[in-house]
Design a protein around this ligand. Sequence first.
Ligand code: LLP
Length: 443
Amino acid sequence: PASATRDDDGILAIAGVSTTALQREYGTPLYVLDEDEVRMHARRTRAAFEDAAAAYGVFARVYYAGKAFLSTEVVRWVTEEGLAVDVCTGGELAVAQAAGADPARIGFHGNNKSVTELTQAVHAGLGSIVIDSRDELERLISIVSGTGATQSVLVRVVSGVHAETHSFLATAHEDQKFGFPLSDAPAVVARIREVAELNFIGLHCHIGSQIFGTTGFAESAARLVATHGELLAGGDVPVMNLGGGFGIAYTTADDPTPIEDLARGIVDAVAEQCTSRGIPMPNLAFEPGRSVVGQAGVTLYEVGTIKPVQLDGGNTRTYVSVDGGMSDNARTALYEANYSARIASRTSDADSTVVRVVGKHCESGDIVVDSEYLPGDIAPGDVLAVPATGAYCFSLASNYNYVTRPAVVAVRDGRSRVIVRGETIDDLLARDVGVVAPNGRNA
Ligand code: LLP
């Protein structure tokens, strides 16, 4: 985060909180989240899209995509900064509700929402549900029929844009599970318009995640406007939701477009299409997750072992094992994501050496940082900080190898507090119904 500094002893501090103090108080691994940085990105994103939309006399609503990092505290931060919330399972919805979020400002996604989840959403009075399939639409129709309630819905479509990102993160090419082909939208919308309890409010499209530049978004928006225009023949279509997916810098090699430029580029593209088709500009909605929380998170680890490994050709690679790994950050193993690392507990004048930061799990793909230059005197006991871990690390965390999931600590103005407590082995054993000697102690 922008608030990272070194104190006089060379110890890394985040928002004025020393990382070694954090380690002493909470242990490692530890997810550290800079509250002001999350709030700043939330505010900035909202202003960027609202301003871009206001230039054309329409509104933009920014939903925070909770899948990136969800806890009640973070829901409160982003809603206080004026964002709505996007959830994609009953579990995420429960967290947003537990945080006291206004149901009218919650949107519900997902490609296989169950009857239970849809019922939970309708009863809660959610602002919108995004319809992903025919089966789901019919399920929702049977839930709302005869209730007298009105549920607003969007229809998720696939714009056919091939986003330049990891194939697991692209969602708008044809051969994947989400949404309807654009050409099916008129029939789906016609079915929705037959049902008195459903209120069709617009199309939704999300092209993928960790995308740089405006081109993909603009292209996708252009394709959507054409179908949006066709649907106007059957009634109002007040909204167009263009999803999230704005890329962030994981390392200094990444150069993301500032959110203000992205917002203007995307909104201008929609406006241009609307003008050329002679149709009114809809209100817009966006769903960023990563770009709100990603940069605000840092994971702290303690170095456990150092092992130089001889490579073919005579070079060595230093393996630095830390006390976490793919259970707290699956992204390197899943998407070959690039992270960086720094020794947080001291500075060093030693020459740099190439290291690979690895975890403590039982597979060789358990890599946190594939390749990084760190001081050659790196040693067991050093605290290592891995930045840009605010998005999709906590949310993808697992208990692989019965490793407990770390606590999340929020830092602000020189103070820290736990916002999600760390798991204990007792938490994990509590689910195992066959335990005879609790916590490994003899009965
Ligand atoms: N809206 C929809 C419908 C989505 O599917 C997603 C992300 C978002 C919004 C938010 O996208 P963002 O702004 O965060 O890029 N686990 C992967 C990312 C999966 C993204 C899934 N959908 C990762 O760690 O990179």
